[in-house]
Write a protein that binds this ligand. Sequence first.
Ligand code: AQP
Length: 335
Amino acid sequence: PKRIFSGIQPTGIVHLGNYFGAIGRWVELQDSGEAVMCSIADLHSITLPQNPQTLRENILLTTATLIACGVDFKRSILFRQSDVSMHAELCWILCCITTMARLAHLPQFKEKSESLKNVPLGLYIYPVLQAADILLYKATHVPVGQDQAQHIQLAQDLAQIFNRQFGQTFPIPHTLISDGPSQRIKSLRDPTKKMSKSHTDSKSRLNILDEPDVLLNKLKKAITDFTSEVTYEPEKRPAVANLINIHSLFTGKTPEEICKEAEGLNTGQYKLVVADVVIEKLSPIREDILKLTKEPAYLDKILKEGAERATELATNCWTEVVEKVFSGNGIQDMK
Ligand code: AQP
């Protein structure tokens, strides 16, 4: 059977990259009848310093956001990573079969450690913890944005290495990356970069909780180019194409239809059209998030129930792993 696993760090307000690249896809899969495991990856988030109180608020905010975006916590399993201690335990076992050379070249580590004088070990083994998250539930499919492709590849490699060494245990998880533009929503200020939570310029991202006037302002300031017409040329005009992609993802219209409708508008006028669409689509989600965050006890209860269900699944796998690693049961099976 299919088992879909994905996660998001509680490191701040979700932006349209997270929304289209990850959360929206989880909801699509869930609505097509699949159960999706959605982890709030707080263990991952502390690989960079976090204020504990802010982290707690962000965990609740992320939970509220996922629910407001359509994650059905009854059908899917919505839980907090640190509530299931086996993630960290399996991470240790996997660390012992991972080489340092394999981790050194992963792009996220390079990017995030570049500006740091003292690099935390956790940041280095971040992808191993991600592999543990996935393998602990014997996940078969992992929907993520394109920036995570190499990390999922590591999870695939580790599943294979473990299976070879200790006997067949983990299915090889498939990466589910959309083949459309949602795999990588770009920064509004620099279309060579992805939209990201940690970019210092807040105008580079559209946050799901932004007020209408903030969204309008960010879109007005979005970088375009020297051509005033609205045309869809992702290679030649990536910034304009990014706006058209966001418009297209929200409305289901194709880029061609959008360009046709925008005939006669210049890019400045077109930005106002995009702003209207984004404001209309995000307003109800924002209202739901704000309502939900006023009920922390309710959100805690959802996470607690999710953790109970996740623990049950994880325990089966963890028991098997312990038997295989520490008493060789799997190896006997192989003979
Ligand atoms: N720009 C993006 N386009 C498509 N998908 C994206 N994702 C992130 N940015 C984009 C996907 O969102 C999911 C959640 O990832 P995360 O919580 O690990 O997010 P992150 O990588 O911390 O988010 P940011 O904004 O990218 O943060 P920083 O700036 O810290 O790197 C993942 O599936 C991811 O692919």
